[in-house]
Design a protein around this ligand. Structure first.
Ligand SMILES: [Zn+2]
Length: 267
């Protein structure tokens, strides 16, 4: 489903899709603007900048926080002095709970491991903060040819002690299954992390990043431009993984969103 707004005083058209999302989802705003260079939007108290796409087309990908209560929300689009309001519906969704058992030292961290994990989390945040020009080409594709094995948003109770929300999607794989870039962009990180093991991040522009974890091998290096479906690494079980699989996460403007929502997006 999509929605178009046609403004009268200036040549300004906005397209929004989808108009119904789940918590943790993503929606797209495309604005056709004739005579102004700056376009922005406001959604759920957040200002979203548009990015120049093609010709006089501007684009913004908008994240929906996983804990945003279901409701009908206004999306205000501002182009020059002109303002238009569209609406997006956040639907009710109950995320499942899953009990897991992991080696005790991977759940209750030693002071050294905790310090390492905190340093790595800070590095991750600094890498994910940029908002460059859109670098993707067309729709996003899945990172493996394998099935999904763990969905986004599951509350995981580890060793009956600690709960963490699964902020990504898991894909099945054996050691060495190829992992492909979900779209074109630049590799901005290749590091061995405590939780994520061998982790690779691609910057797709507009504040959008895809994150690949537990890799056994990197097939692309930091600073490299990669194209959609290029093999960037191999599945492994490095870091805190119970077995070989790919954990793939998506960060958009600082928010963890559901990779499945990104794959469904008609770009
Ligand atoms: Zn995972």
């Amino acid at each position: 489903m999509s929605l178009c707004i046609h403004s009268h005083s200036i040549a300004f058209t906005v397209e929004m899709r989808p108009v119904e999302v789940l918590p943790g989802g993503v929606f797209l705003l495309k604005a056709q603007v004739e005579n102004t260079a700056s376009v922005s939007a406001e959604f759920a108290g957040k200002k979203i900048d548009f990015h120049k796409y093609t010709g006089n087309q501007f684009i913004a990908l908008v994240p929906v926080e996983i804990d945003l209560p279901p409701d009908n929300y206004p999306v205000t689009i501002i182009a020059g002095d002109e303002k238009e309001v569209a609406h997006v519906t956040v639907r009710t969704h109950r995320f499942p709970t899953k009990k897991m058992t992991l080696p005790e030292e991977k759940v209750i961290l030693s002071p050294e491991d905790l310090k390492r994990a905190e340093t790595e989390a800070a590095l991750l945040e600094s890498v994910l903060a940029r908002q460059g020009a859109p670098a993707w080409e067309g729709r996003f594709s899945r990172p493996t040819d394998t099935e999904m094995s763990g969905e986004f948003g599951v509350a995981r109770i580890m060793n009956e002690k600690r709960t963490s929300i699964h902020k990504g999607t898991d894909f099945r794989g054996t050691e060495g299954t190829p992992v492909k870039a979900v779209n074109s962009g630049s590799v901005v990180l290749t590091e061995d992390f405590f939780f994520g093991g061998n982790t690779l991040i691609i910057d797709h522009g507009a504040g959008l990043y895809s994150i690949y974890m537990h890799l056994s091998k990197f097939n692309a290096s930091k600073g490299e431009r990669v194209s959609k479906e290029q093999v960037i690494g191999l599945v492994g079980s490095t870091g805190r993984a119970t077995g070989p699989h790919l954990h793939m996460g998506v960060r958009l403007l600082g928010v963890s969103v559901n990779p499945e929502a990104l794959f469904k997006l008609e770009l």
